[in-house]
Design a protein around this ligand. Structure first.
Ligand code: BES
Ligand code: MN
Ligand code: MN
Length: 458
């Protein structure tokens, strides 16, 4: 065992204690009333970067929530890694579904339960702990490190692209490393080489000035809820095919080699179905489950409301009807293109009897890593040493909007070294992080610094 790994193993209790402290801060980015908590969390991150050994760290104000930035640049001549993560979390609601309260981290069965445990507080700190462990062991780190930890990832990173564009010199690096994804399974570590992009729209349909008695007026005016149902039903058919004109135009086809690679992974539809409690699986014909999640676009209704939803019956024709829609994108679809195509389709499909508004809430590009890049090989070696098994290369159906931006603007590879698990309950009640993965994740992060630092001309 190397000396740095010994240091990490000796410090496990303290790492856990520190993570619990961070998880107690309710840094919910969607909630304007939590602004003070967001700022406290940013300050916590800054203090932790400094206590771990960063020579500089600051909280940088933006138009939205602050960015935390820190550096340790004590390895001249060695490559530089930029660690990206987010300290904001999703809302914890519904609170009554949590076994232990979301902001009172609790350990059960070798897992720590709290909002943000896996997404992303528990994963971002592995790199900070790794920096500290190297410094404690050797007084130095085998790479230069920059940390960029934002507070707006869960709301689509609205402030970050401008910050990245304006700070290209400061953020200069040889690779970005992000731990904000899941491993393929507990006994199969993985490196993620693809993310889907996203477009999130809200559709509002308006009919009359106000709600109407459905007896007095029913039959004489359109019902916006009904019009919304007609319209949404035409966006995607019952075979899972999206009917928006031109929707698939720019989808990059899976290569035969990728399809083979996906098929070689240990995935069982029967188990997948059972784990989810789904009566049947559903998706686009001609593609496997992993292909559908990782490499095909989607169109989904995320929320739908209109009219009377309380107890009992109320005879009413609602004046308005609303839906939240999201599209997961794959390379080379762009958010601008898909926003335009879906908005046009909605406006065309809506009957003249309603007024339609479509708002674009947020979005981000999909991304594919250059899989032959030596940074990914270095990550692969680090993960193998930490987890005892060679990682497989996988894609991810979720999105981390800034990753494509890093690749494009900073022109460096991004390494997605995630240590979450698919059943971590991200965005849901009882979010957790597996403690073995947390501790091995710190080792993997430390080993990655070593492996990447040893590369020539990285
Ligand atoms: N960490 C997730 C991305 C992710 C999701 C990784 C699922 C692995 C599995 C990230 O914080 C996230 O939730 N992203 C959002 C996008 C954002 C714009 C709200 C998403 O994918 O919905
Ligand atoms: Mn995340
Ligand atoms: Mn998230």
């Amino acid at each position: 065992m190397s000396a740095v790994i010994a240091t990490i193993r000796a410090e496990q209790t303290r790492y856990l204690h520190q993570l619990s402290e961070l998880l107690r801060l309710p840094s919910v980015s969607t909630d304007a009333s939590k602004k003070a908590e967001i700022v406290r969390t940013a300050e916590w991150m800054k203090a932790r970067l400094l206590s771990a050994g960063c020579t500089t760290a600051e909280v940088i104000a933006t138009d939205g929530h602050p960015i935390v930035y820190g550096e340790w640049l004590g390895a001249p001549g060695k490559p530089t890694l930029l660690v990206y993560g987010h300290y904001d979390v999703q809302p914890a609601e519904p609170l009554d579904k949590w076994i232990s309260p979301p902001f009172e981290p609790t350990i059960r069965d070798g897992r720590i339960y709290a909002r943000g445990a896996s997404d992303d507080k528990g994963q971002v700190v592995i790199h900070i702990n790794a920096l500290e462990a190297h410094l404690k062991t050797h007084g130095s780190v085998p790479v230069n490190l920059k940390f960029l930890i934002e507070g707006e990832e869960e709301i689509g990173s609205p402030s970050l692209p401008a910050f990245v564009a304006a700070n290209q010199q400061r953020l200069r690096c040889d690779a970005v490393v992000v731990s904000d994804t899941a491993m393929f399974s507990k006994d199969q570590p993985s490196i993620t080489y693809g993310l889907r992009g996203l477009v999130y729209l809200q559709v509002d349909l308006f009919g009359t000035h106000g709600d109407l008695h459905s007896g007095s007026f029913g039959g004489a005016v359109v019902n916006p809820a009904m019009a919304l149902a007609w319209l949404l039903g035409k966006l995607k058919d019952e075979k899972g095919k999206i009917k928006v004109p031109g929707f698939y135009d720019n989808v990059v086809k899976l290569t035969a080699a990728e399809r083979r690679a996906f098929k070689s992974l240990k995935h069982s539809d029967a188990k997948f179905k059972r784990d989810l409690g789904a009566p049947e699986l559903f998706g686009e014909a001609g593609f496997t489950t992993l292909e559908r999640i990782w490499a095909r676009p989607t169109l989904d209704i995320n929320g739908l409301w209109a009219g009377f939803t309380g107890q009992g019956a109320k005879t009413v024709i609602p004046a308005e009807a609303h839906a939240k829609l999201s599209m997961r994108l794959v390379p080379n679809q762009t958010p601008a293109e898909i926003t335009k195509k879906v908005t046009q389709a909605i406006k065309k499909l809506a009957p003249k009897s309603v007024r339609v508004e479509v708002q674009n809430l947020h979005g981000g590009d999909g991304w594919l890593a250059p899989t032959e890049h030596p940074a990914l090989a270095a990550a692969s070696r680090a993960v193998k040493q930490a987890f005892g098994k060679t990682p497989v290369f996988v894609r991810e159906g979720g999105s981390i909007p800034i990753v494509a931006n890093f690749a494009r603007v900073l022109k460096v590879p991004c390494v997605l070294l995630g240590v979450g698990l698919n059943d971590d309950n991200l965005h849901a009640p009882n979010e957790k992080l597996d403690l073995d993965n947390f501790h091995k994740g710190i080792e993997a992060a430390a080993l990655f610094m070593q492996e990447f630092g040893a590369q020539k001309g990285a």
